[in-house]
Design a binder for this molecule. Structure first.
Ligand SMILES: [Zn+2]
Length: 418
């Protein structure tokens, strides 16, 4: 199928679905999911003898998908073949291979068809910029290039796309980006913040934070610089999961993904996703690593798609500490809030669990000493209140822009629990 037709078809479907009522939407989604379970899922060897009902399928995760990579894609591509393709140009025949930017040894691989690649683009544009499209737009996508998805349609009458490789560092393409004069920018929040700090000459009409968790501490800096509300695209190796609407509701991409939720404590959930429009690499009841807070209210925009109040961080970054009452967990949002609420002058930090009883708080030397002391005190008080046995060490050091990995202000560096 023609590439732009695939993107346009996806655009139209996405718009059409967004106008349905919730009951109508659920009927449409149930039928689409049924079709996927009957027709697409059994084409992957792992599911050859799978039960009919979604609820009876096993829960999957990254470790399982990577260990039995060839059984989860309908072409029998092995992980070794996928890695070899990635080393070359990311192409395995007509398929595209991509990898997540995760920590080394823990990178997720994915494989998609040409059609799926363009569907992604159409969906993004339909959700993100329906009103801009008809006026013609220039979209700058600034993401790690090894994600493979983005090397899509570069140019049409209405859309010009330009890709800037994060791995090369912003200074290598600053001139080209400014000359392109994008009307839409899609980039990780740390890069958007870098544009503000370095005063890049940009005048977009819409700005999207993507590929990393948007930390509330970055939001005002970015919004003040662009004088625009910051929108969000929540996506991972595994696909596109949520996009903000014009009313700033962060809507789950339920028009391509069926979500189930597992409780994770503190009112948070982790999603199990079934990507019912994927036909190459099958993803069913796949456990994501993210922690979400679901909205209780529907969004004012009228879309039937459910909203998320916040993507809090990753399950891997929950601190795992010991207390006299046994093992205890502290989620990233609670830790982050303790630091930020300690003093309003704090606008950047790193909080890392380095041992089962050790935590490091890093703050830049430019921050006033009393603010740093207040943050140090706040983290100690939070852990003491929960009777956690841990020493918090304060380190004053610059926090450089890292383009080679995801920014995680709150990070747990212990070996995974599972
Ligand atoms: Zn909305």
């Amino acid at each position: 199928m023609n590439r732009l037709a695939e993107a346009a078809g996806s655009f139209a479907l996405t718009r059409w679905v967004s106008r349905k009522t919730r009951p109508d939407f659920e009927r449409w989604q149930a039928a689409a999911l049924r079709r996927f379970l009957d027709r697409d899922l059994p084409r992957a060897p792992f599911y050859r003898h799978a039960p009919d009902r979604l609820a009876d399928l096993p829960v999957t995760d990254k470790a399982l998908l990577m260990a039995r990579f060839d059984e989860f894609n309908v072409h029998g591509l092995t992980a070794a073949q996928a890695r070899a393709a990635l080393e070359r140009d990311g192409c395995a025949g007509s398929l595209t291979v991509g990898a997540s930017t995760g920590t080394s040894g823990n990178r997720g691989l994915f494989v998609i068809s040409e059609a799926e690649k363009y569907r992604w683009l159409g969906t993004i544009l339909a959700k993100a910029t329906p009103d801009l499209l008809w006026r013609g737009m220039r979209v700058a996508v600034i993401l790690p290039q090894n994600t493979g998805l983005y090397d899509s349609a570069r140019k049409s009458r209405l859309i010009k796309l330009a890709f800037f490789d994060l791995a090369n560092g912003p200074e290598s393409w600053r001139g080209a980006l400014e000359a392109f004069d994008p009307t839409v920018i899609i980039a990780p929040p740390k890069i958007l913040r870098h544009f503000a700090a370095e005063n890049f000459r940009l005048q977009p009409k819409r700005v999207f934070s993507a590929a990393e968790t948007l930390d509330p501490v970055d939001l005002p800096v970015i919004e003040n610089f662009f004088r625009l509300p910051l929108d969000q695209i929540y996506m991972a190796t595994e696909g596109l999961f949520a996009v903000t609407c014009r009313e700033v509701g962060l809507h789950l991409a339920e028009d391509s993904v069926f979500f189930e939720f597992e409780a994770a404590g503190e009112g948070l959930v982790t999603p199990l996703v079934t990507a019912f429009r994927r036909q190459t690499q099958i993803m069913a009841r796949y456990r994501m690593n993210d922690l979400l807070r679901l909205s209780k209210e529907p969004c004012r925009c009228g879309s039937p798609l459910r909203c998320v109040d916040e993507i809090v961080g990753r399950m891997d970054d929950v601190f795992r500490l010991r207390s006299p009452d046994g093992p205890m967990l502290v989620t990233p949002d609670v830790l982050r809030n303790a630091v930020l609420k300690a003093d309003h002058r704090i606008d950047d930090f790193r909080l890392v669990q380095t041992a089962s009883d050790g935590v490091e708080l890093r703050l830049p030397p430019t921050l006033a000493d009393d603010a740093a002391a207040a943050a140090h005190q706040a983290v100690q008080a939070l852990l003491a209140a929960r009777k956690a046995a841990a020493t918090v060490t304060l380190i004053r050091a610059p926090l450089p822009l890292e383009t080679g990995r995801k920014l995680r202000r709150v990070e747990c560096r212990l070996e995974p629990a599972r």
